[in-house]
Design a protein around this ligand. Structure first.
Ligand SMILES: [Zn+2]
Length: 68
């Protein structure tokens, strides 16, 4: 689960309970949110690159590419 503001992974939380974000740059109270994660391979013609996309980007591309 991750912060719904900054997407940083939360190490300590209770389900469905607000918690203080552990990211010092964020520090907001947030509701732990499942983190969207999509693994893709990019082929630039010479090599395959493994890419991990997180958060809204992953959601967007999952929809477009139908990977999940
Ligand atoms: Zn945060």
């Amino acid at each position: 689960m991750s912060c719904d503001f900054c997407n940083k992974k939360l190490m300590f939380y209770n389900d469905n309970e607000e918690t203080d974000c552990e990211n010092p740059k964020c520090g907001k109270r947030c509701l732990p949110t499942p983190r969207a994660r999509t693994y893709v391979q990019l082929d630039d013609g010479t090599e395959l690159l493994d890419v991990v996309m997180l958060g809204d980007v992953a959601k967007t591309y999952s929809h477009v590419l139908q990977l999940n």
